[in-house]
Design a protein around this ligand. Structure first.
Ligand SMILES: NC(=O)c1ccc[n+]([C@@H]2O[C@H](COP(=O)([O-])OP(=O)(O)OC[C@H]3O[C@@H](n4cnc5c(N)ncnc54)[C@H](O)[C@@H]3O)[C@@H](O)[C@H]2O)c1
Length: 309
């Protein structure tokens, strides 16, 4: 097993550091010279994209497009796990680049929303006044991965909230899950954003994908995926949403070939229905922004000369 790291700086040091962790993976770090991206991606089964600059969506769009181009040409069959924000737009960017290269398989593309799920479990455990429960608490988080598009389905929590929780406290909890990232930025006094909790969440999701890839059955996790990954499940979800969206985050079942099934929302409360409704226009805009970004980038590259693609 191998772990290849690619960054524009520092990968030899990070690779050396990671290589001391007791795992079966041989770790190597590459930089842009000497075809570093190509060397990193060659033979990759799973590619995780965390590259970018926190809270700089415009810059991240270009970075993700370029990395997606590298994956489409070097490891087109790899599972792609997109962490770079804004996930609601960067996942469509990867899809569009793959479509342009004729290698798009919607079953293999995932937006990593696990941090929202992790936050929901932790914050519910806090309300239940027992943090030891947090690892067992499962709350499906659906919609997308920013602000109001993050919709925790607290009514489906494996550990129900106290019946005495006021509507106001319930609203505060939803808001805390939706804007948990801001809490970290504020605590770091603007000097950084969520990194360690993201590393934990990213590792959790990547480990699930790898276990599924190796043949383990019945693994589920929420993820922002193309609904085309499971046409039947996607159609059911579309009916629930009363809106056609190309991407949506819902609980998905993972298998050796990628997405096996996209779960419907199921029974949700009127308040949750209102949250889903509020998420849809924002999601629609975010998705179309990603799609338009790639279309315009390709148009510009065509004008400048196709060799640049
Ligand atoms: N999905 C989530 O839940 C979640 C959570 C936290 C952060 N994020 C996102 O993850 C991304 C990274 O955040 P971070 O806190 O790790 O930032 P960071 O600055 O610590 O790390 C980003 C790394 O990307 C590298 N990079 C920049 N351009 C690159 C390129 N062209 N190719 C390869 N690597 C490149 C940088 O050199 C840097 O090492 C941001 O987009 C952030 O918003 C997502």
């Amino acid at each position: 097993m191998q772990l290849g790291l690619y960054d524009i700086v520092n990968t030899p040091g990070v690779a050396s550091d990671l290589s001391h962790i007791a795992t079966p993976a041989k770790v190597e770090g590459y930089l842009p010279p000497d075809d570093g991206l190509k060397k990193t991606l060659t033979g990759a089964h799973v590619v995780v994209i965390p590259a970018g600059v926190p809270r700089k969506p415009g810059i991240n769009a270009g970075i993700v497009k370029d990395l997606a181009t590298g994956i489409a040409t070097t490891a087109p069959k790899a599972f792609i796990l997109v962490i770079s924000n804004p996930v609601n737009s960067t996942v469509p960017i990867v899809a569009e680049v793959f479509k342009k290269h004729g290698v798009y398989d919607p079953k293999r593309l995932f937006g990593v929303t696990t941090l929202d799920v992790v936050r929901a479990s932790t914050f519910v455990a806090e309300i239940l006044k027992d943090l030891s429960l947090s690892k067992d608490i499962v709350v499906p988080v659906v919609g997308g991965h920013s602000g109001v598009t993050i919709v925790p389905l607290l009514s489906q929590s494996s550990h129900p909230l106290p019946a005495s929780l006021s509507a106001e406290d319930h609203k505060t909890l939803v808001n805390r899950i939706q804007f948990g990232g801001d809490e970290v930025v504020k605590a770091k006094q603007g000097g950084g954003s969520a990194t360690l909790s993201m590393a934990y969440a990213g590792a959790e999701f990547a480990a699930k994908v790898i276990r599924a890839l190796k043949g383990e059955k019945g693994i589920t996790a929420p993820s922002f995926v193309p609904l085309a990954a499971d046409p039947a499940g996607g159609a059911e979800l579309t009916k629930e949403l009363e809106k056609e969206l190309e991407f949506f985050s819902s609980t998905v079942e993972l298998g050796a070939g990628g997405v096996v099934k996209i779960h419907p929302l199921g029974t949700i409360t009127d308040a949750e229905k209102a949250l889903v409704k509020a998420a849809i226009p924002e999601l629609e805009g975010n998705i179309s922004k990603g799609i338009t970004y790639v279309a315009e980038a390709y148009k510009k590259a065509e004008e400048d000369g196709p060799a640049r693609l």
